[in-house]
Design a protein around this ligand. Structure first.
Ligand code: NAP
Length: 547
């Protein structure tokens, strides 16, 4: 990952509002982009809404928030020194530790001096004549730059439930992605939570432990599997550090850049007893093995998927004492793994507690409205002291839509993507010169920090190439955008997940116009994506047009 630079120049001084690059967002993407741009000798300014660095890990402070990917594959790998000096305390790092890590990174590389906090970008307009971007903040402040780097995250545009009376509730109501900076005390409180996605699945066991009463309003259940988190001792951390190079090299050879490698066998080719033993083993192991280290056909073959779904359903029935509640928690409208699988710590057992009530708002007791006292369903009014709206995000393109981005000839990005994103490699959008996207739509994702590093390294390489050749402008080429868009759409076709509504397929009924499924990411093999981007770089970026 660590690409040495031939020339590490001191950045030139920027004038008051003119920069080589403006970066939107100071999360994992924006921080690393800033670091690489400085190495290239470019002046850069990061605009960030929050009061500090961290992005996802700055905002999502809800109880139970933690990685569900192995911590020691989920940090930056660009600096060996950083890797060697940081001790992960748990195999799946809790949010406060992760935020501490990102603060450490910001301090170590002195990143904050180029970051302007409390600064939400309202618009970014490309000026064809000047070959520059003009960025306007909500405060009215303006800045100009040759390049615009979007480091806005794929799950940063949180969405509140479109339920009548939402703002009428008298008590505090929180979305997990805007959680207060001081912990919320649930002691002795009656709490209502709407949503049963990955966020709620982490928060519910924690809130249940504290609250007097927790009522969970579930529209559709989600499949979930155990996280099996554990502390990391000093000796174990030293051992992990000694293997970092191997670990990251191994991740680069797996389809989603995690440690988990798909099993080459097909589910139904394996005798039932052997299959069951394999699934028992995966279910007892930490991390995503049960989802992405499983037989190769579980996510594409309906029969294979039905078999693994039945195995997980059996586990839910074993863990939840009341068979009626267990049945309510088992998804019926989609198979295991066809939505992003949340990993949980005592989620199903939380429903065995006397102070937790599960309400099925899809089939039994629809929500009619939020009231000053709580939530009124078709059957009764549930009274609460605190409400939690764990209702998710307008994934991937949502954060772009919130900014008025206009490219060549004044075309709005939102309009250009109305029928789905059009990009090359998810790095540049068609018609938007000098706009480089980290984790843009149609790029490969999987292990997010590794995807970010890969993307930033590719873009830094391209910027270095531009400087060496005295180019100041880069754009996509139509034929390559068409080819890549086709590749991305084809890669999604065989997946059962493409037939399911989720943030990954762009469906969010709390947002106007988000009812039609779209392909938002490259779902092909991450190894192929790496090969493709390496070929483009080695070939001199011929797939892009430079001026
Ligand atoms: P989500 O998976 O989209 O779940 C949102 C939940 O809210 C769903 O249960 C949804 O029901 C429900 N909901 C939405 N609007 C509603 C409404 N108007 N009325 C009733 N219910 C409503 O969102 P999330 O849980 O925040 O997770 C999003 C993604 O963030 C995850 O898939 C994951 O990628 C990431 N994440 C990662 C971690 C981690 O790494 N540890 C933790 C949390 C989240 P339906 O299912 O019926 O739509």
């Amino acid at each position: 990952m660590n690409v040495p630079l031939e020339v590490a120049e001191r950045p030139r001084a920027a004038n008051a509002n003119g920069f080589d690059a403006i970066i939107i967002g100071a999360g994992i993407s924006g921080m690393f982009m800033l670091y690489r741009l400085r190495e290239l000798g470019m002046t850069a300014r990061v605009f960030e809404t929050g009061s500090d660095v961290g992005g996802t890990w700055y905002w999502n402070r809800y109880p139970g928030a933690r990685f569900d990917s192995e911590s020691w594959t989920y940090g930056y790998s660009f600096s060996r020194e950083l890797m060697q000096e940081w001790d992960w305390k748990e195999h799946f790092s809790p949010q406060p530790d992760t935020l501490e890590y990102l603060n450490h990174v910001a301090e170590k590389f002195d990143l904050r001096r180029d970051i302007q906090f409390h600064s939400t970008v309202k618009s970014a307009h490309w000026d064809d004549a000047a070959g520059q971007w003009t960025v306007t903040l909500e405060s009215g402040q303006q800045a100009r730059s040759r390049f615009l780097m979007t480091a806005v995250g794929i799950l940063s545009a949180h969405t509140l439930p479109a339920i009548p009376g939402r703002d009428s509730f008298r008590g505090p109501a929180y979305h997990p992605a805007r959680w207060p900076h001081t912990p919320v005390d649930f002691t002795g409180k009656r709490v209502g939570i709407i949503g049963t996605g990955a966020t709620a699945i982490q928060a519910i066991p924690e809130i249940a432990r504290q609250a007097k009463q927790l009522t969970v309003f579930q529209r559709r259940p989600n499949w979930a599997a155990p996280l099996h988190n554990a502390k990391i001792g000093k000796a174990e951390m030293e051992e992990i550090k000694s293997r970092y190079e191997q670990i990251y090299a191994h991740c680069a050879t797996t389809p989603m850049w995690f440690i988990h490698q798909t099993d080459p066998r097909k589910t139904l080719d394996v005798p039932p007893a052997e299959r069951e033993a394999f699934w028992e083993k995966l279910y007892a192991e930490p991390g995503f093995g049960i989802w992405i280290g499983n037989f190769r056909d579980i996510l594409v073959d309906e029969k294979a998927n039905a078999a693994i779904s039945e195995f997980i359903a059996k586990k839910i029935r074993q863990r939840v004492k009341d068979p009626r509640v267990a049945d309510m928690l088992i998804p019926k409208d989609h198979g295991f793994g066809t939505r992003r699988v949340p990993l949980e710590s005592g989620y199903f057992e939380a429903f065995n507690r006397d102070n937790v009530l599960l309400v099925d708002i899809m089939n039994e007791e629809p929500i009619e409205r939020i009231t000053p006292n709580g939530i009124r369903t078709s059957k009764r009014e549930h009274e609460f002291d605190i409400l939690v709206y764990a209702t998710g995000f307008d994934g991937v393109t949502g954060a772009f839509d919130r900014i008025d981005i206009r490219g060549a000839h004044g075309v709005r990005l939102k309009d250009a993507w109305a029928d789905g994103p059009r990009t090359y490699l998810g790095m540049l959008a068609e018609g938007f010169p000098n706009m480089l996207m980290v984790l843009g739509p149609h790029t490969a994702r999987g292990n997010i920090p590794q995807a970010i590093e890969h993307s930033v390294e590719f873009q830094a390489g391209m910027l270095r190439f531009m400087r060496q050749n005295n180019y100041t402008q880069v754009e996509t080429r139509p034929e390559h955008v068409a080819e890549w868009t086709e590749t991305v759409i084809k890669a999604a076709e065989p997946l059962l997940s493409s037939q399911v509504d989720s943030w990954q397929t762009g469906v969010n009924r709390n947002v106007e116009g988000r009812t039609v499924r779209r392909v938002l990411g490259y779902n092909g093999n991450g190894v192929h994506f790496r090969r493709k981007t390496d070929e483009v770089a080695k070939g001199g970026y011929r797939e892009f047009a430079f001026r």
